[in-house]
Design a protein. Structure first.
Length: 126
């Protein structure tokens, strides 16, 4: 039963850390910029390829997450050139976003570990 209580506390702490992270301007800015990148791709593919919103969104997300199922693909040179630039910009953005989220998620853990280390060092001095 003790294990379940500790798990619940861990989930609650992680949830609080995540809420704090969404207050961070950097993460919010990245989320906004990510939305712009995805919507720009969706608009382009809807106009140039003639895809509907769902197809264009699906292609953009699959492409930026590097899944690339292959069921949809650019059919002309303009789309291929756009997709090349889109992948370079978008994957770089995704990597940056993952970096910020990982930093936000580990910041409280690192702070707790540092505090424990400092307490142990103070105790060992006594």
């Amino acid at each position: 039963m003790q294990k379940n209580k500790n798990f619940g506390r861990g989930v609650a702490a992680a949830s609080a850390d995540l809420r704090r992270g969404f207050r961070d301007w950097e993460l919010r800015g990245l989320m906004f910029f990510g939305g712009i990148i995805i919507m720009a791709g969706v608009a382009f593919y809807m106009i140039v390829e003639g895809w509907d919103f769902i197809q264009a969104l699906y292609f953009c997300v699959a492409t930026l997450t590097t899944v690339g199922y292959g069921d949809l693909h650019p059919t002309n040179d303009i789309s291929r050139l756009f997709t090349t630039a889109y992948v370079l910009v978008g994957v770089g953005f995704i990597l940056g976003f993952v970096n910020v989220v990982a930093r936000q998620a580990t910041k409280p853990i690192i702070a707790r570990m540092t505090e424990r280390d400092n307490q142990r060092q103070e105790q060992s001095k006594d």
